[in-house]
Design a protein around this ligand. Structure first.
Ligand code: GLN
Length: 509
């Protein structure tokens, strides 16, 4: 039996932090053991770039800060970054040949915030090319494997992040969610992840996919660890024009998530044996359509019953445009992607073909060689829907639908419920290669996550069971109103105090 990395002896970030602060172990020891684990799990293909020297240098600095008594709140926590966050020193590829050897001159805000908080980076994590995909199969560096079953996908696009956390190589990882890429891989790998309200985490230094949708968030084992990470990640960034400034109570004020989490937990404790007494859970009937696999429906139903035992009440709600979220998203996201990706022209960043006669041929060959088939498909779709003549019919129409989807959520929160719950994905993880012939099948499997992204709402995924036909993890989605991350995490925490799905480990169910 292989040796587990040191951080697995601790059940939470705060426990590991206390041990590091007491001097019982060092950040360097923790980092070394995680590096060993990363190597041991190399066959998952979760990492695209590991550099022990950089990791150990960071750990050494953290150890010095621990000694000096001025270490940050995440001091020594071993994590990894999805390879769409630019990093000084480490390559940033976005899973693409286009950026195969690209090294950024600066760190993404998310990366620098976590580093300043003391987290130690183990490296860069594999993902779908430019975060386009639902299975981490579109990466130029090959597919990521699901630690629960190496023939299954880990979900996507933050598949390397989810696989490395699920395999216990890392305590946590960063991810990004444009249409479900934090929630869905967390669900398919049996761990927890949260996509916060759009605009709360800086997009500076996040390789852009769909700018009006992209939002970063953490992936970890449970809600309490997500809280620690998210608190370090959020905050106004003057260098990101879509970052929310804290101008009133509802905005991006430091400490806001923890304050609301603490208040919600205090409320639960006051309620006593039924901590969620009176919590209204909206269950959208459209999330339980014929496309949902029976074992996923059953696991979600069981989770809802647990919530009822904890005092919550279930309210049936309707999100009537759920089906429309797929065409709306797959017009808007590719439209934004086609403009964002125009910067990869062989001049400004990354790959340049060596066979060309003139500049036009240079650009088109560069883009043909640098982008994989899924990215090319999105660029073509995006360019098409933005064309003069089609713009009104597709792009403007999709924006109208987006507004209606947002209104549906707002109406539910205003009139019927405090949180919304349902499945994350229609089935457990598919086998690698299953959807190769039919890319649209992947697009359809995003049905339960896209609406939230179009509306910019916060949502999370927590483990809630296993499939019956194939014993792979199933996730429960919990959606909140804008800025309700603290309450969402408290509701998830209450569930995780009452259940042990989040403690299951691949290989030792
Ligand atoms: N599967 C969706 C897509 O391919 C979502 C990806 C994401 O959230 N980055 O666009």
């Amino acid at each position: 039996m292989s040796k587990l990395p040191l951080h697995t002896q601790f059940s939470s970030i705060t426990e590991l932090r206390d041990a590091l602060r007491s001097g019982a172990l060092s950040a360097t020891e923790v980092a070394r053991s995680a590096l060993d684990a990363a190597q041991e799990h190399e066959n998952l293909n979760a990492f695209v770039h590991i550099d022990p020297e950089l990791t150990l240098a960071q750990a050494g600095q953290v150890d010095a800060a621990l000694k000096a008594g001025n270490a940050g709140p995440l001091a020594g926590i071993p994590l990894g970054h999805k390879d769409v966050f630019v990093t000084r020193g480490w390559r940033t590829t976005a899973g693409s040949r286009m950026l195969e050897n690209y090294v950024s001159p600066y760190d993404a805000t998310v990366v620098s915030r976590l580093t300043n908080a003391g987290a130690v980076s183990l490296g860069k994590l594999n993902c779908d090319e430019f975060a386009m995909g639902s299975g981490s199969e579109t990466s130029y560096f090959g597919p990521v494997r699901n630690p629960w079953d190496h023939d299954a996908v880990p979900g996507g696009s933050s598949g390397g992040s989810a696989a490395a956390v699920a395999a216990r190589v890392l305590m946590a990882a960063t991810g990004t969610d444009t249409g479900g890429s934090i929630r869905q891989p967390a669900a398919l790998c049996g761990i927890s992840g949260i996509k916060p309200t759009y605009g709360t985490v800086s997009r500076l230094g996040m390789v852009a996919y769909g700018s009006s949708l992209d939002q970063a968030g953490p992936i970890a084992r449970h809600a309490r660890d997500l809280l620690e990470l998210l608190e370090a990640m959020v905050g106004f960034d003057p260098l990101d024009s879509t970052s929310l400034e804290y101008c009133d109570n509802e905005a991006n004020a430091p400490g806001r998530i923890r304050a609301r989490f603490d208040a919600a937990i205090a409320g639960q404790q006051k309620n006593g044996s039924r901590p969620l007494e009176g919590l209204r859970i909206g269950v959208p009937k459209e999330f339980f359509d014929e496309g949902l696999a029976p074992d996923v429906a059953q696991a979600v139903e069981n989770a809802l019953r647990t919530f009822e035992d904890l005092g919550a009440v279930r309210v049936e709600i309707s999100l009537p445009r759920t089906e429309l979220s797929i065409p709306a998203y797959y017009v808007i996201a590719p439209a934004e992607a086609s403009t964002n990706l125009s910067r990869y022209d062989g001049v400004r960043y990354g790959h340049r073909t060596d066979q060309y006669e003139d500049i036009e041929e240079m650009m088109s060959r560069t883009r043909f060689e640098g982008f994989g088939p899924e990215v090319r498909r999105r660029v073509l779709v995006g360019t098409y829907v933005l064309c003069h003549g089609y713009y009104d019919a597709y792009y403007v129409q999709a924006q109208r639908v987006r507004r209606m989807i947002t209104n549906d959520f707002q109406q539910a929160f205003a009139q019927q419920c405090d949180v919304i719950m349902g499945p994350v994905a229609p089935s457990v993880a598919k086998r690698i290669g299953d959807n190769r012939e039919d890319p649209i099948a992947d697009w359809l499997s995003d049905i339960y996550t896209l609406g939230v992204s179009l509306a910019g709402l916060p949502a999370m995924s927590i483990p809630c069971g296993f499939g019956t036909e194939r014993p792979l993890p199933i996730g429960l989605q919990i959606i909140g109103n804008y800025f309700a991350e603290g309450e969402l995490l408290a509701v998830a925490d209450c569930f995780q105090q009452a259940t042990d799905w989040h403690q299951r480990t691949p290989g030792q169910q």
